[in-house]
Ligand binder design. Structure first.
Ligand code: SAH
Length: 325
């Protein structure tokens, strides 16, 4: 028999000792191992994200923050905070666009993967955090999270019964998924709300998911740009689930924030002026015009990333209405 992979062996030992474990524990362990041990992005990796497709994505997010900050009266002490910054590409592009508008905030990156912290350090001078708890209390927060919430663990239920993962020659779930919740996501929205209420600012959440209360199984695995079985090779492929924007929005509102969207990513990027930005990039580099157009279409077309991906803004009371919604 071949040697089990290190995480697989640990999960099997835990299940042998304790019995089947919640889906959320399986997903949390698998993703912690996955992100800690590789850079998963791009053609060579397992999947590609919007900031890796085009600089336009991060730039328009930077423009969005700069516009909000200007209309809030240009508070000096504002900070840029990003959850799960991946390679740091979005931060680099957003900060460049923000500098163009006179905004150069200190950068606080919330990232648990040592491998990805190294990649981010090559692109942006920053301070790193395991969670929002250590991000400084002073000054308004300009917070962004792209494809972060989809990686957080979900719980799955059949009726009231929580589904578990056991091992019997292979990992398997013990029932049919009827509903999902993500307490880890709701906890982060709660923390964010407390900080935005105390310090001012806004958060932009971009991810794939639904804006109606969801039903059914959305847990998926991606490996080498193709869907895979989430119960195979834990820790060696990316696990994610649809983000329940409805639930996140309700939690944010209940905590006192104003919620805008979710808007379809394509609608939001068009409202933010992606066509103009694409035209000006193409004019500056005519030999890249076809690639720039292809990237814009991939980010905005409803049958590509334009509809399934959504943008939602959480805004502190007293801050201006955000653009694009
Ligand atoms: N935003 C990037 C990367 C998305 S992948 C992009 O769009 O390209 C998910 C990111 O979240 C990775 O950087 C991963 O290491 C990080 N991550 C996953 N779970 C995390 C957690 N619980 N706390 C902090 N970061 C986490």
């Amino acid at each position: 028999m071949s040697q089990p992979l290190p995480l697989e062996a640990r999960l099997r030992a835990r299940i042998a000792a304790e019995g089947p474990i919640p889906i959320a524990d399986y997903m949390a362990e698998a993703n912690a191992h996955y992100y800690a041990t590789r850079d998963p992005f791009g053609v060579e990796g397992d999947f590609t994200t919007a900031p890796e497709i085009s600089q336009m994505f991060g730039e328009l997010i930077g423009v969005w923050f700069a516009d909000l900050w200007q209309r809030a009266g240009e508070p000096k002490a504002a900070r840029y905070v990003e959850f799960g910054p991946g390679r740091g590409t979005l931060a680099e592009d957003a900060l460049r666009a923000m500098r163009g508008a006179g905004l150069s905030p200190p950068v606080e990156l919330i990232e648990t993967s040592p491998a990805l912290r190294l990649a981010q350090a090559e692109r942006v001078p920053a301070r790193w955090h395991d969670s929002l708890a250590t991000v400084p209390e002073g000054g308004p927060l300009l917070v962004v999270a792209n494809e972060f919430f989809d990686a957080l663990p979900i719980r799955q239920f059949e009726g009231d019964r929580e589904l578990l993962v056991g091992y019997d020659g292979r990992f398997a779930r013990d029932g049919t998924v009827e509903t999902e919740t993500s307490p880890a996501s709701l906890a982060i929205v709660g923390d964010l709300a407390r900080r935005l209420l105390a310090q001012g600012g806004a958060a932009l959440i971009v991810d794939y998911g639904h804006d109606r209360p969801g039903t059914g199984d959305t847990l998926q695995a991606v490996s080498d740009h193709a869907y895979a079985d989430p119960f195979q090779a834990p820790g060696e492929q990316d696990l994610s689930a649809h983000v329940d924007f409805h639930a996140l929005g309700l939690a944010a509102r209940a905590a006192g924030l104003r919620v805008f969207g979710p808007a379809a990513q394509g609608v939001w990027l068009n409202a933010m002026g992606i066509k103009l930005r694409a035209a000006s990039l193409a004019k500056a580099a005519p030999e890249r015009a076809a690639d720039i157009l292809a990237a814009r279409v991939r980010l905005t077309a409803p049958d590509q990333m334009g509809r399934l991906f959504k943008a939602m803004a959480l805004v502190a009371p007293g801050w201006p209405e955000p653009a694009g919604f």
